[in-house]
Design a protein. Structure first.
Length: 76
């Protein structure tokens, strides 16, 4: 699951930290993706949980396009 930010971007893991729901199937609004199974929203850039039932943040990844290729690395 990813989100463009200026010339770069960011992404989080696709599996909800609550019960493993597929975030790719959730509803997206701006920087937020909501798990389709139990409704926990996550910030796409920070991975932060915005509301329970999930309590653990998502793994965060930094994304950039370099020489026409997409590069992804774990965030700090």
């Amino acid at each position: 699951m990813s989100h463009a930010v200026g010339g770069g971007g960011c992404a989080i893991d696709n599996t909800c930290t609550h019960r493993g729901g597929p975030l790719i199937e959730g509803e997206r609004g701006g920087n937020v993706i909501t798990c389709p199974w139990h409704g926990s929203p996550f910030d796409l850039c920070s991975g932060e949980v915005l509301r329970v039932p999930a309590r653990e943040p998502e793994q965060r990844f930094e994304v950039r396009v370099r020489e026409g290729k997409i590069e992804v690395r774990r965030g700090c």
